[in-house]
Design a protein around this ligand. Structure first.
Ligand SMILES: Nc1ncnc2c1ncn2[C@@H]1O[C@H](COP(=O)(O)OP(=O)(O)OP(=O)(O)O)[C@@H](O)[C@H]1O
Ligand SMILES: [Mg+2]
Length: 276
């Protein structure tokens, strides 16, 4: 499976990130670096602060303290400009574009990369039409590449929930990001679509793109990621190779809710590989 992204992955550095809402600390003093081309996982119970981290990176949250850099450049722009740093993301719920046709939805991912403004668009109409035709072809080709060509004429509401999660990943990837953030790509998704999602993430990673994946499926994320962050109540419990982090007592406790277990949690069955 081939997939195009930006020329190479970006380095994501998060230094002393803290984000509070009112008096509630959602992320507390988090420092971590994701290396170029790394596939990095984030796990933690509900409300741990996982989505908040992604919201800070792509500047939906802007009143945090600390610094977030991509390739050494601090992100200080509004969220609409983050794509200039070649950062793209998926959302925990992708169900806000139900009336879009599938190819139009994928093209949304490219919109941010288009260089024209309204004046240029008005002055350069034939060029714009050519651009749009090219974007449409790129979206259709991407679908074909993943065996999803038959979806091209459908509206999102005519596809399954799992398919919409797949399409949201393709929408984010078509922007050719250097850093791609994914918020729970497998939540609520059946095994068949999880296999496809795992394949797509591996394909994107294979291009050198840096990936940060939040997920509750510890088996899925452990098998994909070279390192993971475990977070609970906004506080990092550990960052490192999955087997190492999953053996931490605090990680065990935050998942099974006792202070007495002396054994590492067994990895759930591998949901990224077919069972035969
Ligand atoms: N914009 C916001 N305003 C107020 N509180 C918020 C906001 N965003 C997040 N929170 C709170 O911050 C905490 C962390 O939320 P976050 O969404 O990051 O958790 P999460 O780890 O992604 O959880 P889940 O696994 O359920 O998606 C929660 O208590 C949440 O209610
Ligand atoms: Mg979340």
């Amino acid at each position: 499976m081939t997939m195009q992204t930006g020329t190479a992955g970006g380095r994501l550095e998060i230094e002393r990130l803290s984000q509070s809402f009112g008096g509630m600390v959602a992320v507390a003093d988090l420092t971590m670096t994701v290396e170029p081309g790394e596939l990095f996982g984030i796990i933690g119970p509900n409300g741990a602060g996982k989505t908040t981290i992604l919201n800070c990176v792509n500047r939906i949250n802007r009143n945090y303290s600390g610094v977030i850099k991509v390739d050494g450049v601090p992100l200080r722009c509004p969220p609409s400009m983050v794509s200039r740093h070649r950062v793209s993301r998926t959302f925990q719920s992708a169900d806000v574009f139900l009336d879009f046709e599938v190819t139009d939805f994928l093209q949304l991912g490219r919109l941010e990369r288009q260089r024209r403004n309204a004046l240029a668009a008005a002055a350069w109409w034939p060029g714009i039409r050519r651009d749009e035709a090219r974007e449409h072809c790129a979206a259709a080709a991407l679908l074909e590449r993943h065996g999803l060509g038959k979806l091209a004429g459908l509206r999102l509401r005519e596809t399954s929930y799992g398919t919409r999660k797949v399409l949201d990943i393709l929408r984010a990837a078509i922007a050719q990001p250097r850093v791609l953030l994914l918020d729970e790509p497998t939540s609520g998704v059946a095994v068949g679509d999880r296999l496809l999602i795992a394949d797509i993430l591996r394909a994107i990673s294979g291009t050198g793109c840096t990936l940060v994946v939040v997920d509750h499926d510890v088996g899925f994320i452990s098998r994909l990621s070279s390192r993971i962050l475990a977070i609970s109540y906004g506080r990092a419990l550990g960052i490192g190779p999955p087997q190492e982090i999953l053996a931490h007592q605090e990680v065990i406790d935050s998942y099974i809710g006792t202070g007495s277990s002396a054994t590492a949690p067994a990895l759930p069955p591998d949901s990224t590989e077919p069972t035969e």
